[in-house]
Design a protein around this ligand. Structure first.
Ligand SMILES: NC(=O)c1ccc[n+]([C@@H]2O[C@H](COP(=O)([O-])OP(=O)(O)OC[C@H]3O[C@@H](n4cnc5c(N)ncnc54)[C@H](OP(=O)(O)O)[C@@H]3O)[C@@H](O)[C@H]2O)c1
Length: 307
């Protein structure tokens, strides 16, 4: 049994895996320990190391059938001590679903709300960010990021004004593949207002570790990691492979936990935001926020295994 969860939780995990158990507000998980946290360098505020992405998975309609499973995902995140939720106006109805469900669950005070601006032009950017605040029912928004660096010079000015006015707490920029690294690096070197970057990094695609992650560490910029499972490809690659027994040495008991812990072992990383539509996967993912992390030797072995 994983020694970072109690017996009651383990029983629920097993039940969840068999589909026999659904979380309810009366049956919340009691973790023996709180999820690990890391500091945002610009303020020293701490955030839990495992969060939740919402691309595609939270783009659903109004029906209870569509929304109930996502409520359980959110509950699993919060019950484990997680808080970071990442969205974007690019993700269809996701901002609205996050806003509705976090209000219904009465967890607004427990979450770190992150979204993005993804349009061109100053006025369009302001309109979109006002919409995000309304849809997410969040004021202030914790983190506002410029999605894929689109029209970043224009939005950066607005974000500085909004931060000064208290409408957002942190400013960030995002990208998701190597084509954006050079420009991201340039912004990180020149923009002192930057609190966060969000970038892709995982066991299969490790380019961000060459320059972006060391630079974030040097400059004191917090890092969210997107596409931690390479959009799910890592699970397809691992299919049929036996879980290495040495994963026990860093308290990982599933492929998901191994993949997330590999990322969290990088000292520049603040939080990882896997996307999921399933509570049982959220329960798996949050476990990466507990226990020890892979050593350099473990990391090398993992890279060899997946290369
Ligand atoms: N440019 C940008 O700013 C940018 C770009 C890309 C992504 N992002 C952000 O980063 C987040 C994460 O990236 P992503 O969603 O593209 O990809 P990802 O997190 O690498 O992979 C998501 C996939 O993994 C599956 N999964 C999650 N947990 C699992 C588990 N424990 N076991 C088995 N399968 C599991 C999910 O399926 P199930 O639903 O079945 O769990 C889903 O198909 C996004 O949701 C978004 O918030 C930002």
């Amino acid at each position: 049994m994983n020694h970072h969860i109690n017996r009651r939780t383990a029983a629920k995990l097993i039940a969840l895996q068999t589909g026999a158990y659904f979380l309810s507000s009366h049956n919340t998980f009691t973790m023996n320990k709180t999820m690990q946290k890391r500091r945002i360098p610009s303020t020293l505020e701490e955030i839990p190391v495992v969060g939740l992405g919402t691309w595609q998975t939270f783009d659903v309609g109004n029906s209870a059938a569509e929304r109930a499973p996502l409520k359980e995902v959110l509950r699993a995140l919060i019950d484990a001590g997680g808080s970071v939720i990442d969205s974007s106006p690019m993700y269809g109805r996701s901002e609205e679903v996050v806003g509705d469900l976090t209000t219904e669950l009465n967890i607004k005070n427990s979450i770190f709300e992150s979204t993005k601006v993804w349009t061109e032009g100053k006025e369009a950017g302001i309109r979109q960010m006002d919409d995000s605040m309304r849809l997410m029912q969040a004021a202030p928004i914790d983190l506002m990021q410029i999605h894929n660096l689109l029209d970043w010079k224009t939005h950066m000015k607005t974000l500085k004004d909004w931060k000064a006015a208290g409408k957002i707490k942190y400013i960030g920029i995002t990208h998701y593949h190597s084509g954006g690294y050079a420009e991201m690096e340039n912004i990180m070197r020149t923009e002192d207002a930057l609190d966060f970057i969000q970038i892709n990094y995982n066991l299969q695609v490790r380019g961000a570790a060459d320059r972006i992650l060391p630079l974030a560490r040097d400059k004191g910029i917090a890092v969210l990691i997107n596409r931690p499972y390479e959009g799910g490809n890592l699970f397809r690659t691992a299919k049929g492979m036996t879980l290495p027994d040495w994963a026990n040495e860093f308290d990982a008991h599933s492929w998901g936990q191994i993949f997330l812990k590999f990322i969290l072992a990088h000292p520049a990383v603040t939080c990882v935001i896997p996307g999921t539509s399933k509570a049982k996967h959220m329960l798996d993912n949050v476990q990466a926020g507990f226990g020890s992390l892979p050593s350099n030797v473990h990391q090398k072995k993992l890279i060899e295994l997946f290369s």
